[in-house]
Design a protein around this ligand. Structure first.
Ligand code: IPM
Ligand code: MN
Length: 354
C-alpha cells in the first residue's frame, strides 16, 4: 500500500506563503513520481492572525502539531508587530515545546551558484552546521531590574545542560558518519572566555568522540570559525555549536552558499516530529511580487522528505534544483532569477517529474 504522510504547513508571514507554495509543488511532484502521498493541513499562524485576533500560537494548535509526520514552515515576522512577539511566541515556542533540539543547516554551494568567496567552488563549500536549538542564550534565563532607570540591570544567561549538549554532539557525530565525507566534527565554541559553558561542551565533546573512533575531532573558537568559513571553508565537514553561535555562523554560511534564497534548515527531534524551513525571513518588501527565490523552501521540502524516510524523494528534489541552477537560474537574488517565483517552482516540479 502506498505510504501516506500527514504534513502540517505553516505558510506564515510575508513571502512565506509564496515560497511554501513552491515547496509544496516540489513535494507533490516527488510524491507523484514515487507513489507515496502527502496530506497537508494548513495552519494560519503569524503576524496577520495576531493583528486580527491577538492570538499567537493557540495551545490546541501546538498539541495538534505533535501528531504530524513533519511540519513545513514558511516565515515568521511582520513589520507591524513588535520584534520578539511572533519569533518567541511561534518559532521558538514550537522549537522548545516539541523539543526540536537540533537545528541542522547544510552549507552547500551548488554548481552554478555565485559565491562571494574568491577561488572557491562547490568542492570547497560543503559542510553542515549542527546548532543546539533549545538551550543556550535562547532559553530565556535572566531578567531585568530597575528598568528604565539609570540603574537598570539586565542579565541574560546561557543555559547548557549536560544532557542537551551531549545529545546535540552525538547527533553531529552520527551525521558525520552518515555524510561519510571528511568524517570530521568541529566543535565551535569560545573556551578561552566562556570557561563554564564551553568547558562543559568540550568535555562532553571529547567523551562522546571516544564512541566514534572513525570520526576525527577538531576545535575552533567561534570568531576563528567565521574567519575559516571565509578563508578555508573546505576544512569543515560537520560543525557543532550552541544556539546563538549557530544562529550567527549559519547566516554567514548562507552567504557563502549563495544567499538566503537557497539556505534551508531542519528543526529536528530525531524521535519526534520535526519542522523544516527556509532560513530567510518574511521579506516584506518582496511580498506578493512573485520575485522571491523559492529554492530554500524547496530544499527544505527535500530535507523534510529525508526525515520522514523518503530519501529518494529528497534526492529527486535536490537533483532538480541542481539542474535548474546549472541551466536556467541566472541569480539567487530576489527579482534576478530570470523568471518568477511561481515559474521557478513550476520548473523544479517539471524536472522532478521528468
Ligand atoms: C533563525 C532566526 C531565529 C533565531 C529568529 C527569527 C528567532 O534568526 O532561525 O535563525 O534566532 O533562531
Ligand atoms: Mn538566524
Amino acid at each position: 500500500m502506498a505510504k501516506e504522510y500527514n504534513i502540517a504547513v505553516i505558510p506564515g508571514d510575508g513571502t512565506g506563503p509564496e515560497v511554501v507554495a513552491e515547496g509544496v509543488k516540489a513535494l507533490d511532484a516527488a510524491s507523484k513520481k514515487l507513489g507515496f502521498s502527502l496530506r497537508y493541513t494548513y495552519y494560519d499562524l503569524g503576524g496577520e492572525r495576531y493583528l486580527r485576533t491577538k492570538e499567537v500560537l493557540p495551545d490546541s494548535v501546538l498539541s495538534e502539531l505533535r501528531d504530524f509526520h513533519a511540519i513545513f514552515l514558511g516565515a515568521i515576522g511582520h513589520p507591524d508587530v513588535k520584534p520578539g512577539i511572533l519569533e518567541k511566541g511561534i518559532l521558538l515556542r514550537i522549537r522548545f515545546e516539541l523539543d526540536l533540539y537540533i537545528n541542522l543547516r547544510p552549507v552547500k554551494l551548488y554548481e552554478g551558484v555565485y559565491t562571494p568567496l574568491k577561488n572557491k567552488g562547490p568542492e570547497d563549500i560543503d559542510f553542515a552546521v549542527v546548532r543546539e536549538n533549545t538551550e543556550g542564550l535562547y532559553a530565556g534565563a535572566g531578567g531585568v531590574i530597575k528598568k528604565g532607570t539609570p540603574d537598570e540591570i539586565a542579565t541574560q544567561e546561557s543555559i547548557n545542560t549536560r544532557k542537551g549538549v551531549e545529545r546535540c554532539i552525538r547527533f553531529a557525530f552520527d551525521l558525520a558518519r552518515r555524510r561519510n565525507k571528511q568524517n570530521k566534527v568541529t566543535l565551535c565554541g569560545k573556551t578561552n572566555v566562556l570557561t563554564y559553558a564551553f568547558d562543559l561542551w568540550e568535555r562532553a565533546f571529547y567523551e562522546v568522540a571516544k564512541e566514534y573512533p572513525d570520526i576525527k575531532t577538531d576545535y575552533a573558537h567561534v570568531d576563528a570559525t567565521c574567519m575559516w568559513m571565509v578563508k578555508n571553508p573546505e576544512w569543515f565537514d560537520v560543525i557543532v555549536t550552541d544556539n546563538l553561535f549557530g544562529d550567527i555562523i549559519t547566516d554567514l554560511g548562507a552567504m557563502i552558499q549563495g544567499g538566503l534564497g537557497i539556505a534551508c534548515g531542519g528543526n529536528i527531534n530525531p524521535k519526534g516530529v520535526s519542522m523544516f524551513e527556509p532560513m530567510g525571513g518574511s521579506a516584506p518588501k518582496y511580498t506578493g511580487k512573485n520575485v522571491i527565490t523559492p529554492f530554500a523552501a524547496i530544499l527544505a521540502g527535500g530535507m523534510l522528505l529525508e526525515y520522514i524516510g523518503e530519501n529518494e524523494g529528497a534526492q529527486l528534489i535536490e537533483r532538480a534544483v541542481q539542474k535548474s541552477l546549472i541551466n536556467d537560474i541566472k541569480s539567487l537574488d530576489a527579482g534576478k532569477m530570470g523568471m518568477g517565483t511561481k515559474e521557478a517552482g513550476g520548473l523544479i516540479a517539471r524536472y522532478i517529474l521528468e
